[in-house]
Design a protein around this ligand. Sequence first.
Ligand SMILES: *Cc1c(COP(=O)(O)O)cnc(C)c1O
Length: 382
Amino acid sequence: MDRMHFETAAIHAGQDPDPATGAIIVPIYQTSTYAQDAVAKHKGFEYSRTDNPTRRALEQCLAALEGSKHAAAFASGMAAITTLAMTMTSGQRVLLPDDVYGGTYRLFARVLRDLGIEYETVDMTDLKAVERACERPIALLLAETPTNPTLKILDLRALAERGHAAGALVAVDNTFATPYLQRPLDHGADIVLYSATKYLGGHSDLVAGSLALNDDDLADRLRYLQNAVGAVPGPFDSWLLLRGLKTLALRMRAHCSRATRVAAWLSEHPAVSRLHFPGSAAHPGHEVATRQMAAAGEPLYGGMVSFEVADEARALQVCERTELFFLGESLGGVESLIEHPGKMTHASLAGSGYEVAPGLIRLSVGIEHVDDLIGDLERALS
Ligand SMILES: *Cc1c(COP(=O)(O)O)cnc(C)c1O
């Protein structure tokens, strides 16, 4: 069969009917171990930390969606990033965006640095600054685009070139874009990583993560670390994630269309002093986003929108007044969420030198009817 389209792979890759019963849905193999026919003679599975049939189906599906040779699933996005970081050794250095996901910053700044892994943050939209940071050896360049919470757009091809010239492995946290909108491996990256908790799962009912890549040797090393470190998802979460992936394309189209409408509406509201949405022509990363983020040839800019109001008091008031937009951390679910990065998600960046505007509000636009979403924001902003 020809290579499947994204929508088809989401439903079929790794998900042939169960050979024992014909069940068309991959079963939840809720088992820790497997009876062996004889010593060292088994049916491909020995112990569920090492491998489990539900998780294997998930990993095959994730690889198909990424267009990668390999994918590995983890218990959370942070478990995926930690396992990736375990490829580094004491004395090596990682380069991070200055507005990297707060948990990633915390891991490198407050946990791994104590083990001798060094880090540096840089504004990765500034390629000259990246080049300067690459003058000293780096082992890993970890990019993230769109970034959180101001949705900056990084030029992946340019960063992969700079990183590779410095001898670094280039990884991209693609959580905000998903493989439906952006394929970092096609732009020169070596590894893509996800918090599958967000759009990949899509229903705010699981925590998981993944890594995807093409290089066989690195994949062997990561597979070894996946088992050695042991931060793997259980069969039920693997199954839920497989179920979420089936509708990823449909959901992303719905998120993108609503976010575009919400952003256009916000841009004209008198209480909004600044809009951050890569789909808006005024956004500094709009051109790169148009080149880098697309589905079936059509540019799409994701489901996240941030905006600024006069000050912190006003921002907190708006966050507390919406009814459909639930006040909460996380993103990427079918239900809309609102939050105040300064006081919530980005509190862990305190001390990094990265400042979040006090009047900044972040929206994860869900797939409710757009008129209801705009009505909710209108009441909260009035
Ligand atoms: C949530 C998130 C993570 C961490 O993932 P968990 O599943 O919460 O461990 C990493 N990167 C980004 C961009 C995220 O949004």
